[in-house]
Ligand binder design. Structure first.
Ligand code: GDP
Length: 310
């Protein structure tokens, strides 16, 4: 585990072997390497600083257990602090409200929002069927009747894209009414949700290439009209340094309850997870791990911590 970082810290701290506790100079030398590892993993700069400031007091003066090297000791302290900052435990979807429960999906265009909406809807529809008992904790322990609606009226193909995904996933989508505006679609989805006895309504909002006031105002209006139980920010794991701005803007303007990190099947080391969690204080709830409809995973802080430290 953390072979790269362990070796570097071993080089830096090797001379410490035989001494009892980690001193300030050694810790600072080690944390310089940790800082580089976090930056390489694309953790946003202010978050790297916050991380180092938080972990330093835990490392300085720590007794080095006889059975491990000082390098391994620092790696363990850093890893544990990282897991803590990532939220410690896996976090479940909250669907505890009077049905139909609304799940609002927000994020930038191209983040994987529509795909993720269909993935979650399908998993809810299937419930525990075809899933290892502990795969998702309790998030999907019951089968749900789900209705999806696309509120993206800016991209002509967006509503059609969700309809096709719904067909593939075996999930109902709200029929498309040409030229209807997002708030109108929202109200119709809520009506249909109640009338049709749906458990969950998933609203896929429009994204933009970058954050803008108009997008935020639109999403906030939909939030007010639909009173979501979960508002999930969908974000690309490759977001890197932009992760902080995206997460902060959506959390301030719309208020999010959780994050879904997509494209973890790619090369990204997952630093965006730490950046977004730290800036919003909201848990990462799920991971998108591929284009396929079933490529959805539970978020495990310890696994991402391992990946971030490399
Ligand atoms: P939206 O604009 O945010 O709604 O994004 P889409 O859902 O249309 O996704 C954009 C592209 O990313 C599509 O080609 C998806 O198949 C792809 N995509 C979505 N999630 C993932 C993922 O977890 N991994 C990979 N590799 N591709 C994904």
């Amino acid at each position: 585990m953390f072979d790269g970082l362990s070796k570097k810290l071993g080089d830096v701290l090797g001379r410490l072997r035989g001494r009892g506790a980690l001193n300030e100079a050694d810790v600072d030398a080690a944390l310089r390497e940790v800082r580089l590892a976090l930056l390489e993993a694309d953790v946003a700069l202010p978050v790297v600083k916050q991380f180092i400031d938080g972990v330093r007091p835990k490392a300085v003066g720590a007794e080095v257990i006889r059975s491990v090297s000082p390098g391994q000791m620092v790696v363990k302290i850093v890893h544990d602090h990282l897991v803590e900052m990532l939220g410690g435990e896996a976090s479940e979807l909250n669907l505890n409200a009077v049905p139909p429960v609304v799940v609002l999906m927000v994020g930038l265009q191209g983040s994987g929002k529509t795909t993720t909406t269909a993935k979650i809807a399908r998993r809810l529809t299937l419930g525990p069927q075809g899933m290892a008992a502990d795969a998702f904790g309790g998030s999907f322990k019951e089968r749900k009747k789900v209705l999806m609606a696309s509120l993206d009226v800016t991209r002509p193909a967006a509503q059609e894209q969700l309809r096709i995904l719904g067909e593939q996933a075996g999930v109902a989508t709200l029929p498309i009414v040409p030229f209807e505006q997002p708030l109108g679609i929202t109200r119709r989805a809520l009506d249909e949700g109640r009338r049709g006895g749906y458990d969950v309504i998933m609203l896929d909002t429009a994204g933009r290439l970058a954050i803008d006031e108009q997008l935020m105002a639109e999403v906030a209006a939909v939030r007010d009209a639909s009173k979501p139980t979960e508002t999930l920010l969908v974000a690309d794991a490759m977001t890197g340094q932009d992760a902080v701005n995206t997460a902060r803007a959506f959390n301030e303007k719309v208020g999010i309850t959780g994050i879904v990190l997509t494209r973890v099947d790619g090369d990204a080391r997952g630093g965006a997870a730490l950046s977004m969690r730290t800036v919003t204080g909201r848990p990462i709830k799920l991971l998108g791990a591929g284009e396929k409809i079933d490529a959805l995973e539970q978020f495990h802080p310890d696994r991402i911590a391992t990946r971030i430290l490399g």
